[in-house]
Design a binder for this molecule. Structure first.
Ligand code: NAP
Length: 309
C-alpha cells in the first residue's frame, strides 16, 4: 500500500483531505496519506504546492513522483534536491476557468467598455469592430493556451498562436521561433500571455517587443508576472503604445498596495484568480498519476526539467 505525503501545506490539507479520499476510492487506490512524516524514506509519493515548507527532498529516497497541485512549476523546478519524477497539474476545470477568464476579459476589451464611462454622456456614435476584425494573439499553445485560442476562434476572432515548437491547430495561425514571434506580435490588437515562466520567457515582453505590437494594443497576462518587464509596460502605457492591460499575475504576490498598477486608469488588476486548482478535479488527476505510478505506467503531465516546464 503506497504511503503519500501531502506536503502542499496545512491550509490546503483541510480542503484536500476529503477530496483525495474520494478520488482514491473512485480509482480503487488503497493508500495511506498523511500531512507530515518523521520517516521520509518510507514515502512513495509527495503531493506538492509551490508554497510548501518542504524544500529539501534528499531524504525521500523511495519517492516515485512529486505531484504538483499547480500548473506552474517555476518556483522549484530547478531545486537540485528534487531528483524524483515531477508532474504538474492539468485538469478540465482549471482549463475551463482559464478559458472563461480569457474570453471574458478579451470581450471586455473588444467591446471597448473603457469608451463608455458612466458619466451621463450618450456616446452612440462609436461603431466597435466585430470580433472577426480584431486580431488576437495567444503566446503559449499548451493546455491552457490551446483551449483559450480555440474558444476565441469560435467567437470569430482571427487567432494567431505562438509556441516553442511548431504546431498545427485547426482555425489558428500557428507560429514559432523568433521570426514567428515578430509576426505574432505585429498583428496582435489583443495579446494574451499563457507561457510558463522560464529563463527564455522572463521579460519576454520587454520595451522592444512592446513596440512591435500595433499602437494601442491590449495585453492580458494570466501567465506569470515576470513574462513582462513592468517598467517597460508602464512606460508603454504612458505613451499610449499599450492601450490597456489586464494583469492576473505579478512578480510579487500579493501585489503591494502602493504598486502603480493598482491606481493606473488603464490597468485592471485581478488577484491571481484566472484559474485556481479545484480540489475535487485536482484530486482525480493525483489519483490517476498514483495509479499509473503503481502500475509502472508513464505519469500524466510530466515536467521536463531541461525546458523548465
Ligand atoms: P503548458 O501546457 O506547459 O504550455 C506551455 C506553452 O508555452 C507551450 O505551448 C510551450 O511551447 C510554450 N512555450 C514555453 N516556452 C516557450 C518559449 N521559450 N517560446 C515559445 N513558447 C514557449 O502550460 P499550460 O498548462 O498551458 O500553462 C501555461 C502557464 O499558465 C503556466 O505555466 C502558469 O504559469 C500559468 N497559469 C496561470 C494560472 C492563473 O491562475 N493565473 C493558472 C494556471 C496556469 P511548446 O508547445 O513548444 O512546448
Amino acid at each position: 500500500m503506497p504511503k503519500i505525503l501531502f506536503a502542499a501545506g496545512p491550509a490546503l490539507w483541510a480542503d484536500y483531505r476529503a477530496a483525495l479520499a474520494a478520488a482514491f476510492a473512485e480509482a480503487g487506490i488503497k493508500a495511506t496519506i498523511t500531512p507530515e512524516t518523521t520517516t521520509p524514506a518510507e514515502i512513495d509519493y509527495i503531493i506538492y504546492a509551490p508554497a510548501s515548507p518542504l524544500t529539501d527532498f534528499t531524504a525521500f529516497t523511495r519517492c516515485k513522483a512529486v505531484l504538483n497541485l499547480w500548473a506552474g512549476v517555476e518556483k522549484f523546478v530547478h531545486n537540485p534536491t528534487l531528483t524524483q519524477p515531477l508532474a504538474r497539474m492539468v485538469n478540465p476545470e482549471l482549463t475551463e476557468s482559464m478559458v472563461e477568464y480569457v474570453v471574458g476579459h478579451t470581450l471586455r476589451h473588444h467591446l471597448q467598455m473603457a469608451d463608455y464611462p458612466q458619466d451621463g454622456v450618450w456616446r452612440n456614435h462609436l461603431l466597435p469592430p466585430l470580433a472577426r476584425e480584431r486580431p488576437v494573439t495567444v503566446l503559449g499553445l499548451g493546455a491552457l493556451g490551446q483551449a483559450a485560442a480555440r474558444a476565441l476562434a469560435q467567437l470569430n476572432f482571427p487567432v494567431t498562436g505562438w509556441s516553442r515548437t511548431p504546431r498545427t491547430l485547426p482555425g489558428i495561425s500557428c507560429l514559432s521561433g523568433d521570426t514567428g514571434l515578430g509576426q505574432a506580435l505585429a498583428t496582435a490588437q489583443i495579446l494574451i500571455l499563457l507561457l510558463p515562466l522560464t529563463a527564455d520567457t522572463t521579460n519576454l515582453m520587454n520595451a522592444d517587443r512592446l513596440t512591435r505590437l500595433p499602437r494601442g494594443a491590449v495585453i492580458l497576462n494570466p501567465g506569470r508576472g515576470a513574462l513582462i518587464d513592468d517598467d517597460a509596460l508602464l512606460a508603454a502605457l504612458a505613451t499610449g503604445q499599450i492601450g490597456q492591460a489586464t494583469l492576473d499575475v505579478f512578480r510579487t504576490e500579493p501585489l503591494p498596495p502602493d504598486h502603480p498598477y493598482w491606481a493606473h486608469p488603464n490597468v485592471t488588476v485581478t488577484p491571481h484568480i484566472a484559474a485556481d486548482t479545484r480540489p475535487a478535479s485536482a484530486a482525480r488527476v493525483i489519483a490517476e498519476n498514483i495509479r499509473r505510478g503503481e502500475a509502472g505506467a508513464p505519469l500524466l503531465y510530466p515536467v521536463d526539467r531541461a525546458r523548465g516546464y
